[in-house]
Design a protein around this ligand. Structure first.
Ligand SMILES: [Mn+2]
Length: 432
């Protein structure tokens, strides 16, 4: 039986905006948080005397981390080399420079010849000798179109056709690896990928059209005793029948507020041919806390805010206070009081949101009973908005064009601006 510690999505060096400078060290506290958590994983590997460590990819926020961040990562993994624990570092999408064309941040460990370290930057099978016998690890790094396909092959194809072709190709190559496996030796597939039935958090919609999704059936081969994944930050097992387990350990630290409610940790695995036992081990990590409150109807908005804050345990947490209020209530909020209330948090931000004018009482002219065409409705609305008089005519012209179906109304560059002004979800996507 071989004992494995499986961790993934370390992303060390990210989320500095949620931290502050530690005056004692001069370092961002979020870097220190990530180092502490990573250190907890490494300490467990050593204390439990595991035979192998598998890292599922995404070491940093991008492929060119600053030297002090690389050093923080290396000094933790070095402890595994010192303890003579074989380690596989899989290349995730954030580890690849220019979509893989520029190499990967983790390849330096191969170049340096760190004893016992293997870098998984291509699809291949590694037979690793551990103190409890051999194990086969198939590494499947983050796939891009150019990994398995050539440009002429994909030239005239749509995205979904390319996805199909890629899956076809992957399944052939994987089959080739499987045929060469030794059935007497336990086998693990280590992949950085998005499985089509994985559950994401708030960022689910980001999956559409971004990268390739792999069908679960491609991973649940009887020849695999355990499928170790990386990429999705929420811990989950995609194959509850456990034949074999298909496990995302998730990220080891909360990267942003989308992970506020997720447990963080690593997975301990015991594997032998045809048998696997695994266990998720949570790590106590810094709390994220969203306080959301609508005080727009409150007679005393200030008191309502203070009450809402007091309901939460915010000591040492990373907090965001989001509250709705009406424009005329702004003067009733004393920010120094809010700062005092939030002071015991590790870091906080306050995001007031003005309730839209649109929710004010309906204009009598637009009342129920009687259909009114959209253009007249807009006209009536604009007549009642003195602040919009300057652009009223333009708005009417724009509405006219839209209703007439003139799609070219938006100049190309404007359309682009609109696209890039999408919610700050971009930030999450980068880390996924
Ligand atoms: Mn990833």
């Amino acid at each position: 039986m071989i004992k494995i510690l499986h961790l993934s999505d370390i992303h060390i060096g990210s989320g500095f905006s949620h931290g502050k400078i530690n005056p004692q060290t001069g370092q961002n506290t979020r870097l220190e948080d990530f180092v502490t958590t990573l250190s907890t994983c490494i300490a467990r590997a050593i204390a439990s005397d595991v035979d192998l460590v598998l890292f599922g990819g995404d070491a940093f926020p991008d492929a060119t981390p600053p030297p002090f961040v690389q050093e923080a990562f290396a000094s933790q993994f070095r402890r595994l080399a010192d303890a003579q624990i074989p380690t596989v570092l899989l290349v995730g999408n954030h580890d690849q420079h220019s979509l893989g064309q520029g190499g990967a941040s983790l390849c330096i460990y191969r170049t340096l010849g760190v004893p016992g370290f293997i870098v998984g930057d291509s699809l291949e099978t590694h037979r690793i000798e551990t103190k409890n016998g051999p194990i086969q690890v198939i590494t499947l790094p983050w796939l891009t179109r150019s990994t398995l396909l050539t440009r002429p092959e994909t030239e005239k194809l749509s995205l979904s056709e390319i996805n199909h072709l890629l899956i076809d190709r992957l399944s052939t190559v994987l089959e080739g690896e499987i045929r060469q496996l030794d059935p007497q030796v336990p086998t693990v597939l280590l992949g950085h990928l998005m499985v089509d039935n994985a559950e994401y958090g708030a960022e689910r919609f980001l999956a559409v059209g971004k990268g390739f999704t792999i069908p679960l059936s491609l991973l649940t081969k009887p020849q695999f005793d355990y499928v170790a994944l990386g990429h999705v930050h929420r811990h989950q097992n995609l194959n509850p029948g456990n034949n074999p387990p298909v496990v995302y350990p998730g990220s080891i630290e909360r990267v942003d507020f989308s992970e506020e409610k997720e447990d963080k940790g690593y997975v301990l695995v015991e594997v032998e041919p045809g048998k696997c036992h695994w266990q998720f081990c949570p790590i106590p990590v810094r709390k994220f806390c969203t306080i959301r409150v609508d005080v727009s109807e409150a007679a005393e908005p200030q008191a309502a805010l203070v009450k809402a804050i007091k309901k939460h345990r915010i000591k040492d947490a990373i907090v965001r206070l989001i509250y709705q209020l009406q424009p005329q209530q702004i003067d009733q909020i004393d920010h120094t009081v809010l700062h005092d209330c939030l002071n015991e948090a590790h870091n906080y931000r306050i995001q007031p949101e003005l309730v839209s004018q649109l929710t004010s009482p309906r204009l009598p002219e637009l009342g129920a009973g009687g259909g009114i065409d959209p253009l007249s409705a807009l006209k009536t609305y604009l007549e009642n908005r003195e602040d919009l008089q300057d652009i009223a005519e333009e708005m009417l012209a724009a509405a006219n064009s839209l209703l007439a179906g003139e799609e070219e109304f938006f100049a190309a560059d404007e359309a682009e601006e609109i696209e890039s002004a999408e919610p700050n979800s971009q930030e999450q996507l980068q880390l996924f």
